[in-house]
Ligand binder design. Structure first.
Ligand SMILES: [Ca+2]
Ligand SMILES: [Ca+2]
Ligand SMILES: [Ca+2]
Length: 147
């Protein structure tokens, strides 16, 4: 926890909180009470693009929109969880492995471990390949038909 402000008495809340992440999966929670403002830093689970402590369809959509194997440098909030500067099948596999739409609560907090990137498994790669083919067929990557 980082104490930012300590005062005799303050009221109201922040209108906006900008920059909740370090773009490496470390997110900050801003805590306000009557006399102080503090930050808690915690490591998100790979797949959690927005740092809301779940890995769900919203995170998947971010990853899908960033899907590209080269050309642009992507960060954690774009769906790049393995720091290879791209969003590829490995990042999709991390979403699959950690998929927790109801939250992964116990894995977070100031003492949460920094997650290692697991090696892809055969079943997960097969599932993701099928899934990506469906995205390609029906999603944003599908070729547009000329009428
Ligand atoms: Ca999330
Ligand atoms: Ca969510
Ligand atoms: Ca990546």
């Amino acid at each position: 926890m980082f104490l930012i402000l300590n005062a005799a008495s303050r009221i109201n809340t922040f209108q906006n909180i900008v920059g909740r992440d370090t773009n490496a999966g470390v997110f900050y929670d801003v805590n306000c009470d009557a006399n102080s403002v503090s930050l808690d830093a915690w490591q998100a689970l790979p797949g959690d693009t927005d740092g809301d402590r779940d890995v769900d369809v919203t995170d998947f959509q971010v990853c899908r929109l960033s899907f590209q194997t080269s050309g642009t440098l992507f960060g954690w909030i774009d769906g790049n969880f393995d720091n290879e500067k791209n969003v590829d099948i490995t990042d999709f596999e991390l979403i699959l492995l950690n998929f927790a739409p109801l939250g992964y609560g116990a894995a977070v907090g100031p003492s949460a471990p920094i997650y290692a990137v697991p090696e892809p498994t055969g079943n997960a790669i097969g599932f993701l390949t099928g899934f990506l083919l469906l995205i390609y067929r029906f999603g944003a990557c599908a070729p547009q038909r000329q009428e």
